[in-house]
Write a protein that binds this ligand. Sequence first.
Ligand SMILES: Cc1ncc(COP(=O)(O)O)c(C=O)c1O
Length: 438
Amino acid sequence: MNQNAYDTMRQPHASEKRNVPPTNTDPNTSTQQIIDRHDRAMSINYGRYPVAMIRGQGSTLYDADDKPYLDLFAGFGACVLGHCHRDLVNAVNEQAQKLWHVGNLFHTEPQTRAAEAISRFGFAGRSFFCHSGADANVAALKLARLHGQQNKGNTTAGRYKVVSTLGSFHGRTFGAMEATGQPKVYEGFGPLGPGHVHVTFNDISAIESAIDDETVAVLVEPIQGEGGVNVPDDSYLADLRELCNQRDLLLIFDEVWTGVGHTGEYFGYQHWNVTPDVMTLAKGVGGGLPVGVTHVSPKFAELFDWRTHGHAVHATTLGGNCLAMAVTATIFDVLHRDQLVQRAKKLGTQITDRLNAFANNNPIIKTVRGKGLYLGIELNLQAANKYTTGGDIVKACMDRGVLINAVQGNVLRIAPALVIKDDEINRGLDVLEEVLSE
Ligand SMILES: Cc1ncc(COP(=O)(O)O)c(C=O)c1O
């Protein structure tokens, strides 16, 4: 067809008639233009700051007006190697020229390489790849149901209940949402799926009393994240392990926040040397790409084995796609090569010591908790002069070019990239302490 015939045939697309801006954003577009276009085109699910980020390098982000920000939260901890890390950019570029995606009817080497890394730095097991923390938890919950069907215990229909903890966060899909111990996450979405029981975190007897004949699994975060960076007592996870062994329950650790180095161990459970049956990962395991992982110990992995069932019992089209997996595998290579997990532990101690020293003279800080480079600073807002919420403090820091986060109204969170430089950390803490002193 010649060009004229093509032009005559071609009907204008609806977007052209309505004069909608092109999708290839001009990098010089101003913040206000980006916000105005967002407000017309986007679902307003998020309360966003009036800032549009357009590029990042290491621990620095730049907005559309080229203002730099020191990033102490690294995209909810996902950018473990910071922004646009050279090795990850190279891994994506190389893989992008070879193969993006074929689907899981074929073997692809990057996927296997990523799974091998998780077993090497974590526990021996088998990885199922998906796209998010919620996805990974749903896979874990489905695995638990299979276990409950095959090991019915005293029930006739099979065991299906899962005990999780109040204040937990496991995601927003059906299944993950019901497992989450925060009503604001599931209210309004009823009827909710059955079988979810929430008990107080860090209380082994609460879990014990919640278990009945129909219980099949216990799901906890080794350190509660969205609940306020709550670190359990040293015996908690070990006691859970023992309880689950005694009652034939799957012990599932949601390591979406604590996985992949941030806490100063490759995985959170390693702080207590308590290995779960299932570990779920997201955030850091994708380095900023959408990757979720359900990593299952050999004892339970065959529950997902298609050969046991004669067909696939759990699957997803794009899970484990080559681009994402090249990044995941490279993240572990870089963490290991550059000893970044050990560094996270050391830096975490330095930061905690400095903030504790500050807290001695500034009652606005109640406690500093967490591990490695995943830290929560609980505030005593009664002692504050200028600010009334954690969110106000986050905004004051942002105005001064430093990004942190707040949860539960009164807990500040920092989770910088593991590549952050010492002077960057010090500069960030200078700003934070300045704001907290006001
Ligand atoms: C511990 C934990 N689990 C699961 C999720 C859900 O992950 P995603 O947002 O990738 O679905 C989150 C998200 O913050 C989380 O913190």
